[in-house]
Design a protein around this ligand. Structure first.
Ligand SMILES: [Zn+2]
Length: 130
């Protein structure tokens, strides 16, 4: 399976991650199950943003509220691993809800996409750029 994203949007996410070497960046992804159409950068409110991310709940709730009244559906989120690999960490796995959410993880100029298909686990999705 794969997830589609424009090369321009993907480059923007990679650049944002590269520009933040000391803290994980994070944000929300919008679109459909198979296509990321937009992204919104959010504040990382984690206690230790160098090693973790927590999307600002105000932004999260606002996005879900917009989606309920016809706005773009939230399909997942992205975050970076400033000193790691673009693969889910144990902490990420602990937050995988098995809800089909798309997780884009950015590290070292590379983006990889994962989908949470069961609690605590991910499958990788190929990123198809258009
Ligand atoms: Zn992570």
């Amino acid at each position: 399976m794969s997830v589609t994203i424009s090369s321009e949007l993907l480059a923007r996410l990679v650049a944002a991650a590269d520009a933040s070497p000391n803290a994980e960046v994070c944000g929300l992804l919008f679109g459909t199950a198979r296509r990321i159409e937009a992204a919104e950068a959010c504040a990382n409110v984690a206690d230790d943003p160098a090693r973790a991310f927590e999307i600002d709940p105000v932004a999260l709730f606002a996005a879900y509220r917009r989606a309920r009244v016809g706005g773009a559906p939230v399909i997942g989120h992205y975050h970076s691993h400033p000193s790691g690999l673009p693969v889910p960490s144990p902490r990420d796995a602990a937050q995988a809800m098995g809800d089909g959410a798309v997780w884009v993880i950015l590290a070292s100029g590379i983006a990889r996409a994962w989908r949470s298909v069961e609690v605590g686990a991910f499958v990788e999705e190929a990123i198809s750029q258009i």
